[in-house]
Design a protein around this ligand. Structure first.
Ligand code: FAD
Length: 468
């Protein structure tokens, strides 16, 4: 008869394994590591915290955990919104925080090579210091890691122009569950050497391997920014404005962010110091931004397009930022989504993808379904509408939310619209049970096959993403 090793025995065997750096035992792990931004995701008690300094230590830690069948939960900056970095019972938390070096910037090739624990902001700054631009940007920039951005395939504010994290990576060094290092730090734009292995690790939230280093794509630094907030009568006008700006300012269009009146009204009345730049009462508010390299021409073109939109009645009113300070003020309205925890809490949040053409109808239908079930329901809708991505907050009263029922109503509606249950935040722990609304049984079967091939003992981030 074999007996299971105790936690203490496992811990000492792990600590004694060659190449594993120092481990912090479970009871001494600081509370910050006990979960990600989604604190309501149920957390297990971790066995230990590992903070490797290089790829070799990541590999040694994974090899030891693989041999001892100890689950491993990779952690970046723990700003994820799907519970992906939440500890599972008896796991080793593998934090990449010590692997935060910017290794090289290649200005001629427009690439930057970094360790996975570098914060997004440090990568943006290193690119800027070299006269270049790393366009991925999101509110958590100061805390989130490049490894976390890639593992969640983060989107953010400039997807319309530069794509998601997936589109900004050229090469990866990743470590699979048994400690095998797959190093393909490719720096060339065109690399058609067969199967693009890095995609196994992008967007799979630490279930297929641990990203240790990455080569990222840089872009020219923009020299002009035009930003405007527009008030529109309805969603049909939003679609017309999107078409007008796409045709009028072409590839410089970098953001097209929609705020429904419920969101705009809430944040501009409840967030301290936030004045409404445009009057309440419109059917929709859109923040448009263009990033260009010809300041005079860019500004004239931008103003021409908006003037045309106003003449056509597509836009009812608009304000164009005249300075960096005014630009920041307009973005503050959209970024006030970060304040919803204090002004619209508790609520159940969603991040869904719906084809842009039918997003308006989707919102109407979803609102009707929610109101039918909970007449007192309150909602907020806002998002990256140019990327077919809307964020939703649903609040039923001030007490505990009927989360399972709200999830069911929203995800069923998303399924009926053939949308995506996660446009950018990922599946993690919180959306795993709903993945079937967006993925077919055949796709889920392939996902399980790939997972088993890469991680036969299922140690990597168990219980996340891949449905049971
Ligand atoms: P963590 O939260 O630590 O981890 C996220 C997932 O990745 C987990 O499953 C974890 O196991 C895995 N992981 C982390 N590092 C690695 C690694 N090196 N190798 C393998 N797996 C790893 N997201 C958007 O897409 N767009 C937004 O606009 C946006 N805005 C945000 C604004 C705020 C204020 C906050 C708090 C979050 C926002 N997010 C947004 C969520 C977004 O997913 C994260 O901020 C970020 O991409 C996660 O990075 P992280 O380092 O914090 O990862």
């Amino acid at each position: 008869m074999t007996t299971q090793p105790t936690a203490m025995e496992l811990l000492s065997q792990l600590a004694a394994a060659p190449g594993v750096g120092d481990l912090l035992p479970g009871a001494t792990i600081p509370p910050a590591y006990h979960g990600d931004w989604m604190t309501q995701a149920p957390a297990g008690t971790a066995l230990a915290l590992a903070r490797p300094r290089d790829t070799a230590e990541v590999s040694a830690t994974l090899a030891a955990c693989h041999r001892l069948r100890v689950p491993v939960v990779p952690q970046g900056g723990r700003t994820g919104l799907a519970g992906g970095a939440t500890p599972v019972s008896g796991c080793v938390l593998l934090s990449l925080e010590r692997m935060n070096r910017i290794e090289a910037v290649d200005a001629a090739g427009s690439t930057i090579t970094v360790q996975a624990g570098a914060t997004l902001q440090s990568v943006q700054e290193a690119a800027r210091d070299a006269g270049l631009f790393f366009p991925l940007d999101l509110g958590a920039r100061g805390s989130c890691h490049v490894g976390g951005n890639l593992s969640t395939n983060a989107g953010g504010n400039r997807v319309l122009r530069y794509g998601m994290a997936r589109d900004l990576v050229l090469g990866l060094e990743a470590v699979t569950a048994d400690g095998t290092v797959l190093s393909h730090l490719n720096t060339v734009l065109k690399d058609n050497t067969g199967f693009d292995m890095k995609q196994l690790f992008v967007g799979t939230e630490g279930t297929m391997g641990v990203i240790a280093r990455a080569v990222l794509r840089l872009h020219p630094q923009p020299r002009s920014t035009q930003t405007a907030l527009c008030a529109l009568p309805d969603y049909a006008s939003v679609l017309r404005l999107l078409r007008l700006v796409r045709e009028g300012i072409g590839p410089t269009l970098s953001a097209f962010e929609l705020m429904w009146p419920d969101f705009y009204g809430l944040v501009t009345t409840r967030v301290a110091g936030l004045e409404p730049p445009l009057a309440h009462g419109a059917g929709a508010y859109v923040l448009v931004e263009s990033l260009g390299v010809e300041p005079d021409e860019d500004a004239a073109r931008f103003e021409r397009v908006l003037a045309m939109a106003m003449e056509n009645g597509v836009v009812g009113d608009a304000v164009i930022a005249q300075s960096g300070g005014e630009t920041a003020k307009l973005w503050k309205v959209r970024d006030a989504s970060g304040e919803l925890r204090s002004i619209f809490w508790p609520h159940v949040g969603f991040d869904v993808g719906i084809p842009t053409r039918s997003l308006g109808e989707f919102i109407e239908e979803l609102t009707a379904r929610l109101q039918q079930r909970w007449p007192q329901v309150r909602t907020v809708f806002f998002g990256h509408v140019g990327d077919s991505n809307v964020h939703i907050g649903v609040k039923v009263g001030d007490g505990e939310q009927p989360e399972a029922e709200i999830d069911d109503t929203v995800y069923r509606t998303v399924g009926d619209w053939r949308g995506s249950i996660s446009a950018e935040h990922g599946i993690g722990l919180l959306k795993r049970a709903h993945l079937h609304h967006s993925r077919s049984p055949q796709e889920l079967a392939l996902l399980r096959t790939l997972k088993t091939a890469l991680d036969p003992h299922g140690i990597l981030n168990p219980g996340k993403v891949v449905p049971a």
